[in-house]
Design a protein around this ligand. Structure first.
Ligand SMILES: *Cc1c(COP(=O)(O)O)cnc(C)c1O
Length: 222
């Protein structure tokens, strides 16, 4: 086995055991939690190692990288787009991304709906009142979600968020959890939570994340 593959394997084993521990501490089953390996900036050879190690969910932030990498991996991979959406890239993103995590603009939702028959999306929620970092403000979430739900061709799986830099992630993810529970009352299918990265995934798991997005802890510093 190459050095790089054994390095990735050791990191993956470590992350999985931390996921298991965090799930157990929260009284949850690990089966409820999907690990997305965020492979942005890393080469296809690393993704192939992860595939050989059983990982099937991969995340990319840029259309150019995802559209290049996805066709090079087997068909049973599930590709996640979690970067900022540019309207003129939506058509291309929809071709390779099985799941789009960063929907926060109604015009994007409408355009996407005209391009696809069936697209899984997460609505990105802002937890820090800094609109430039992406995400719908909590006060606008309900009306935004209802509008997206009416558009058609889009399956809202739930909420996605990134924890603010200057706050305990557990507090931020607790707000996410609360808003998620409120949303589910009107949109029962939107019950998932995409939250948690290398530095805060345990906090996200304790607050109900069903999908965690981990890059550097598995693949190293970018
Ligand atoms: C890069 C990125 C990740 C992974 O971050 P790590 O800190 O490397 O685990 C997760 N989510 C989003 C939205 C990202 O941009």
């Amino acid at each position: 086995m190459s050095n790089r593959k054994s390095e990735i394997e050791a990191n993956l084993v470590d992350v999985k055991s931390r996921i298991e521990k965090a799930a157990k501490a929260a009284g949850r089953s690990v089966d409820e939690i999907t690990l997305v390996a965020v492979t942005k900036t890393f080469p296809v050879s690393d993704i192939e190692f992860l595939y050989q190690l059983g990982v099937r969910d991969f995340g990319e932030n840029r259309d150019q990288d995802g559209s290049n990498k996805a066709p090079q991996l087997p068909d049973d991979c599930i590709w996640h787009f979690q970067g900022q959406i540019q309207s003129n890239k939506l058509k291309s993103i929809a071709l390779w991304a099985d799941v789009i995590h960063s929907l926060d603009d109604l015009s994007h939702a409408k355009k996407l709906s005209s391009l696809v028959a069936d697209q899984d999306v997460f609505i990105q929620l802002s937890l820090d009142n800094q609109p430039n970092r992406g995400g719908v403000a909590p006060k606008d979430l309900d009306s935004f979600a209802q509008s997206v739900a009416k558009i058609g061709n889009l399956k809202i799986r739930g909420l996605m968020a990134v924890a603010p830099l200057d706050e305990d992630p557990k507090l931020a993810f607790a707000r996410l959890n609360l808003l998620s529970k409120q949303l589910v009352k009107t949109l029962p299918m939107a019950s998932e939570m995409s939250a948690g990265m290398s530095n805060d995934f345990e906090a996200a798991i304790s607050e109900g994340a069903t999908l965690i997005r981990i890059g550097s802890q598995i693949l190293g510093v970018r």
